[in-house]
Design a binder for this molecule. Structure first.
Ligand code: NAD
Length: 278
């Protein structure tokens, strides 16, 4: 029987640990604050922002909400971030993506001080990750490393295939697995013979953004399967990039959707905030 990797339980464990750290910092007179900026009222973004606020509340981090109109100019947003960069009592700055079309995301990401870049998207954070220096790591890939480690899954020396090469998941995931001494392949939309490539994997990490695309034809018997995808199916139920029921009998461990990778992203965001304050 495959092990179900319980992201909900592991993320709760991490949040409990952080809660203790935050209480200790508070006792020393240090309060942690996270600035959360949302532009417009996209319903999906509002759900993510609310979940982040709830996690802050649970851990004891003060969240400062900046809800800006959809029509806010790029200049105004840049100025707000610059002000927050200067504030000593703000430890993390998060701008909920995507942004409206008239605002250049890259420019906004670069405006956030790398010292407060708790999402780990700033080019300096990404560069530090690549050369093994200290810096904030993108939350979803960092959460996957925690899922594997805390589930007792050995990474060193294992063949790892990642499907997807996005800047926020696939690429940093590859670097982190390399840091953990896996042998890493990053597959993408132009990869030839994807099924064969995936069948090499002891650990298969799927961030392809296509509902239930990955069936047992892509999975080596006994592999560990990590599903990053989040979609709503025709019945409005959540599902991942992996066909969970079909793949389950063939793997040794698997993350469900929901309750796998998803909850880890916010837990690692909280972890980055605490690290920033420390
Ligand atoms: P993306 O669209 O930026 O990247 C998808 C990648 O998949 C691309 O690099 C592309 O080359 C590759 N790809 C697309 N079609 C392919 C194919 N047929 N064969 C092989 N490769 C193919 O997506 P992303 O931002 O990396 O997100 C991926 C998925 O993960 C999405 O479903 C997203 O919603 C989800 N996601 C979840 C979390 C979380 O917290 N759980 C966080 C971020 C993203």
């Amino acid at each position: 029987m495959a092990q179900v990797i319980d992201g909900k339980a592991i993320s709760t464990q991490i949040k409990e640990e952080l809660k203790e750290k935050v209480a200790k910092l508070k006792a020393e007179g240090k309060e942690i604050s996270l600035a959360v900026i949302q532009v417009g009222r996209d319903p999906a973004s509002s759900v993510y922002v609310n979940n982040k606020k709830k996690a802050c509340e649970f851990i004891g981090i003060r969240s400062l909400a900046y809800e800006l109109e959809e029509t806010v100019s790029e200049k105004e947003l840049v100025e707000l971030i610059q002000q927050l960069n200067e504030k000593e009592d703000v430890h993390g700055i998060l701008v909920q993506l995507p942004l409206p079309k008239h605002i250049e995301e890259d420019k906004i990401i670069k405006t956030i001080s790398p010292a407060k870049d708790v999402d780990g998207f700033h080019p300096q954070s990404v560069g530090a990750l690549c050369i093994g220096q200290k810096g904030f790591v993108s939350c979803t890939p960092a959460g996957i490393i925690q899922l594997l480690k805390r589930s007792g899954i050995e990474i060193a020396g294992k063949e790892c295939v990642i499907i997807g090469r996005s800047n926020i998941v696939g690429k940093p995931m590859g670097i982190l697995m390399l840091r953990e001494n896996a042998t890493v392949t990053i597959a993408h939309s132009k990869t030839q013979n994807l099924k064969e490539v995936c069948k090499r994997a002891d650990i298969l990490i799927v961030a392809v953004g296509k509902p239930k695309m990955i069936t047992s034809e892509y999975v080596k018997e006994g592999a560990v399967v990590i599903d990053v995808g989040i979609h709503r199916n025709e019945n409005n139920k959540l599902c991942g990039d992996v066909d969970y029921e079909e793949v389950f009998p063939h793997c040794s461990a698997i993350t469900p959707v929901p309750g796998g990778v998803g909850p880890m992203t916010i837990a690692m965001l909280m972890n980055n905030c605490v690290e920033s304050a420390q």
